[in-house]
Design a protein around this ligand. Structure first.
Ligand code: GAR
Length: 197
């Protein structure tokens, strides 16, 4: 059974889907704690699902490294098998990637390496792309630059707004995230090996 710590910044809709999947006794992963870099709405999922939460507000720290050190202190006692960045809108500092990597994965609302960064859906629309997508990646020191673990295309439709397109991407992200964690648990995906490649 994989023990996961999930990190979020927003509503946590992808996390909710993972928590629902993990209610199935046959699903080989459990979320043991939920953390956030702000007062994220998704922290309420902790109460709903009976999972401890913590918040380490980025705004209270002088720089990324000191924020990361405080966040690592919260994560460490859980000894997670995997950190899941499920809508965390921050880049982890290198010290965290060293400590918890290669067991850190991230979901992203684009078909990487297209449209990395914090505004992937907006950027795809602005570029006039006919299609974008969703990806789950292994986190390395770069910005959305790690090995791709799963991805799928999502078409951009006439009249799409950022919100409408994002709403169609998210269900794909959820399916990919749940499937990727299953593949990691059953050994189909080997994060150690991918991080060495
Ligand atoms: C998701 O689409 C996730 O991929 C994205 O934020 C959203 C969070 O939604 N993350 C990024 O853009 C990271 N660069 P949620 O809080 O409802 O799951």
């Amino acid at each position: 059974m994989l023990e996961l710590v999930a990190l979020i910044s927003g509503a946590g809709s992808n996390l909710r889907a993972l928590l629902e999947a993990a209610e199935d006794a046959e699903y080989p992963a459990r979320v043991v704690a939920i953390g956030a870099d702000r007062d994220a709405d998704g922290l309420e999922l902790g109460e709903t699902f009976g999972i401890p939460t913590f918040s380490v507000p980025y705004s209270r720290f002088a720089d990324r490294e000191s924020w990361g050190a405080a966040l690592s202190e919260q994560i460490r006692p859980w000894s997670p098998d995997l950190l899941v960045l499920s809508g965390l809108m921050r880049i982890l500092p290198p010290s965290m990637v060293r400590e918890f990597g290669p067991n850190i994965i991230n979901t992203h609302p684009a078909y990487l390496p297209e449209f990395p960064g914090a505004h992937a859906v907006r950027d795809a629309l602005a570029a006039g792309a006919a299609e974008t997508g969703a990806s789950v990646i292994l986190v390395d020191d770069g910005v959305d630059s790690g090995p791709i673990l799963a991805q799928e295309r999502v078409p951009v439709l006439p009249g799409d707004t950022e919100a409408r397109l994002h709403d169609r991407i998210k269900p794909v992200e959820r399916r990919l995230l749940i499937g990727t964690i299953l593949d990691i648990a059953n050994g189909t995906i080997d994060l150690q090996e991918l991080s060495r490649a």
